[in-house]
Design a protein around this ligand. Structure first.
Ligand SMILES: C[S@@+](CC[C@H](N)C(=O)[O-])C[C@H]1O[C@@H](n2cnc3c(N)ncnc32)[C@H](O)[C@@H]1O
Length: 293
């Protein structure tokens, strides 16, 4: 039994009717991007293209599909993101599947990918990359998709995340250059990597309760909780760095812009020096590259 939702699901239902109603409902609910959310839900649920939304407004929609759209609209209104509802999210040029053990990849994390691509040596010989806390595989798979001589290992402590990362690698034909393994960040690794990347959990435990419910209630806690001051995982990763990087290798981490100086201090205390800082689209420092002097 589908719970009552915001859309008409019986009678003469057509594409334009559902789309227009959904946009209005999402606007009235104060969602930040109501029209985009409505379009994505309609396209994905009803299996139509954006062009059809304009060219074929009177397309009849079955009651079954209308009910499914209704249910998804209800989930959006209850605070789930479109990515969580659809179980997938675009990142870089990739369409990545999510599950309950994976963080939903964020656009700002693409800053890590950009910085990594700009700092990888311009060689044709194989490059080895490790992604610590790999989640859906977002950072590692984006880098591998751009550099055909790159090979990678993705580490995560959550088995469910590793399974999804593996499937995402297969979907994007990158599985022959990526392996995935369980571990505590870099603990299982040897010093063979040209580059190590990580977007570790970095929310201070006490502030998790104050996060936007879309994040707090749907992203896994393991992907968010960075300990008392939010820096625990950086301490671990920076302490492991010398056991992972080749001489001259680069370590890149995503940061909360507000924690920039604190993260750099933790790294410098372990012998690492800043090689580059990259800003996200808001102009905030989001990725920092380190090397050993
Ligand atoms: C912020 S998420 C980043 C996910 C992905 N790399 C991305 O950028 O979308 C952090 C990831 O670290 C993983 N993680 C948490 N603690 C870990 C640990 N001790 N060792 C390895 N991975 C860990 C979480 O399961 C989660 O997948």
């Amino acid at each position: 039994m589908v719970e009552e939702g915001p859309l008409p699901v019986t009678g003469d239902i057509d594409l334009a009717g559902l789309y227009t109603t959904l946009k209005r409902v999402f606007r009235e609910a104060g969602l930040p991007t109501p029209d985009l959310d409505a379009r994505l839900l309609v396209i994905e649920t009803l299996g139509v293209s954006t062009a059809q939304l304009i060219a074929n407004p009177r397309l009849p929609i079955s009651e079954e599909l209308a009910r499914e759209l209704n249910e998804r609209a209800r989930l959006r209104l209850s605070g789930q993101s479109i990515g969580r509802i659809l179980g997938r999210r675009a990142f870089w040029s990739l369409d990545l599947r999510l599950n309950r053990d994976t963080l939903e990849p964020r656009p700002e994390t693409e800053t890590v990918v950009e910085l990594a691509l700009s700092l990888l040596p311009a060689v044709e010989t194989p490059l080895l990359i490790a992604d610590l806390g790999v989640g859906t595989g977002a950072i590692l798979l984006a880098i591998l998709s751009e550099r055909l001589n790159a090979f990678g290992i993705g580490i995560d402590i959550a088995e469910g995340a590793l399974r999804e990362a593996e499937r995402n690698a297969e979907r994007h034909n990158l599985a022959d250059r990526a392996v995935f393994a369980i571990g505590n960040f870099g603990a299982p690794l040897a010093p063979v990597f040209d580059m190590v990347v990580s977007n570790p959990p970095y929310v201070a435990t006490a502030t998790i309760a104050d996060l936007d419910p879309v994040v707090r209630d749907h992203d896994p806690r393991l992907a968010l909780d960075g300990g008392e001051d939010g820096l625990d995982c950086y301490r671990t990763v920076f302490s492991q760095a010398s056991g992972m990087l080749k001489p001259g290798g680069t370590l890149i981490v995503e940061i909360d812009p507000a924690a920039r100086d604190a993260v750099i201090a933790v790294a410098e205390a372990r012998g690492l020096s800043v090689a580059a800082v990259a800003d996200d689209l808001n102009g905030d420092a989001r990725a920092v590259a380190f090397r050993f002097a």
